[in-house]
Design a protein around this ligand. Structure first.
Ligand code: ATP
Length: 199
């Protein structure tokens, strides 16, 4: 599996549609300060479902939409598409090429799609979670983040390893199921009380 192309439209400094093609192997993005190198990495994190505006170096999510320059007015939407080569079937979907797309409108709405079909954020997170591109975004190491990894508590470090091993997804599902069971126990208790009262 490798990332093939990334297309940005109205995302941060990329007002016009811009497509970056990645070949297998190492890719370096070079350019002067402020030319948008980190914005490319932000776009990758964003299209894969990142929800934290701060992680994307903004104050609110709307900040990812092109805000305009002296010669160009702001845009009303940002859209990023990532095409992943899935010839080896690393992603659990029956397509040899998968394109995930995320769109955000300045009016507030947002959309997600897999190969052109609308989907939920959860579908994208589930699709990526066993591939090493998980929802916790440990695959993207930003400036200064290495320090965080070195200073992580043993529990946090275990979380990184669990995500890489694909265990985290099942742990989260287990936690969700346990929470449901707990609330069900509460309901059963209440039902027992009510039945006793009626008798
Ligand atoms: P450095 O080498 O200094 O780290 P960089 O190449 O990584 O720089 P970025 O941080 O990716 O640069 O890009 C910063 C530029 O993106 C700034 O000029 C900033 O004004 C512009 N920018 C960020 N968000 C938006 C936005 N929503 N609309 C328009 N331009 C934006």
């Amino acid at each position: 599996m490798h990332l093939k192309t990334l297309t940005l439209r109205g995302f941060k400094s990329f007002a016009s549609a811009t497509t970056l093609s990645f070949e297998p192997g190492v890719t370096c993005v070079v350019g002067p300060n402020g030319s948008g190198k980190s914005n490319v990495v932000d776009a990758l994190a964003w299209v894969m479902g990142e929800q934290g505006a701060k992680t994307l170096r903004g104050g609110k999510m709307e900040d990812v939409i092109f805000a305009g320059t002296s010669g160009r007015p702001p845009l009303g939407r940002a859209e990023v598409s990532l095409t992943i080569d899935n010839a080896d079937g690393a992603l659990p979907i029956e397509y040899s090429e998968v394109t995930i797309t995320r769109t955000l409108f300045r009016s507030g709405g947002s959309e997600y799609a897999i190969n052109g079909s609308s989907c939920r954020l959860l579908d994208i997170q589930d699709l990526l979670s066993d591939s090493g591109l998980g929802r916790e975004m440990h695959v993207i190491v930003g400036q200064g983040q290495l320090d965080q990894v070195l200073r992580a508590t043993p529990e946090e470090r275990r979380g990184f390893i669990e995500e890489a091993a694909g265990v985290l997804k099942h742990r989260k599902r287990k936690e969700k199921a346990l929470r449901k069971l707990e609330s069900m126990q509460g309901n059963l208790l209440r039902l027992g009380d009510l039945t006793a009262e009626v008798r």
